[in-house]
Design a protein around this ligand. Sequence first.
Ligand code: IPM
Ligand code: MN
Length: 358
Amino acid sequence: MSKTYKIAVLPGDGTGPEVIGEGCKVMDAAAQKFGFKLERVSYDLGGTRYLATGETLPDAVLAELRTFDAIYLGAIGHTDVKPGILEKGVLLRLRFELDQYINLRPVKLYPGVESPLRNKGSKEIDYCVIRENSGGLYTGIGGLSRKGTKDEVAVQQMMYTYAQVERCLRYAFEYARKYGKKARGLGPANTLALVGKSNVLTFMYELWNRVFAEVGAEFPDVKREYYHVDATCLYMVASPEMFDVIVTGNMFGDIITDLAAITQGGLGVAAGGNINPQGVSMFEPIGGTAPMWTGKNAINPIAAIGAGAMMLTALGEEAAGSAIEAAIARTTPKMKSQMADQMGFTTTQVGDLVAAAL
Ligand code: IPM
Ligand code: MN
């Protein structure tokens, strides 16, 4: 009997539904080829629902989402909704409630994709960032006092518990052992680089570095490195080939993964996973709702298709996930560009090409 996976689909706003449609098309082709089934249920969370009902993520919907094998998310955001409401109310709430403590962002330049980095190709741009996704500056601890006076104070605290740091680093070491450059036959070592700011955030990185050494002792096969986050930005541009697996906190991870995304061809290509290794994980193209391109069949679905590949891999269908990635790699050289409306194909045609390449 073939295996069936229950997937909650959150197409979201703007171009979200268009790219998610192509991702589902490709995943269905993979399901047929590799002999499993995907049972999908859609939820209309996002800006449109919020404007109509005032709801972001109702408790009843959250309870239902907990029962799925995975969540496939398009993009959430609306020009008529104040910034922060949907981000905090839907996306971040899902990450926190489902304790998706890992944000996994592969940085891979597919063949034929143009990178703004001169003289860097698929061989040099091939690493991944593991961003801690449950703590740090994202916990919302802080506040304003003496508001409206010249003495007004704004506090927003960066916090991590030992347990949060430990579980994130353990995931990162395991990931580096399994998917590092040595494991993939691409280099002499599997290397995990911790990215922080130990020269200024001394308390925070005393903890991270100590746990890095402690957990690292259990992984003698993984080489350890440490870089400050500012220097990391410089290296990501000048010599991306020096990276294998990077692990970092929530805020630095948010920032460096946008930089990483542009080096791999931009938001049309970059995919990510919000992972709870013991629970329900959620996969998404990391770009936004692209309101300008909505309904035009012009947006690039590669990132959403790549997020689908990551989801299948996480569900245990590694062969299907790798096959989709290979199919993407056979499709990108045919595309003129990874920018919306400049691909030389429509959104649906790109989906068809990847599905056919499978
Ligand atoms: C991301 C996004 C989110 C984040 C926003 C939309 C809240 O930028 O997934 O990187 O900051 O994590
Ligand atoms: Mn971001």
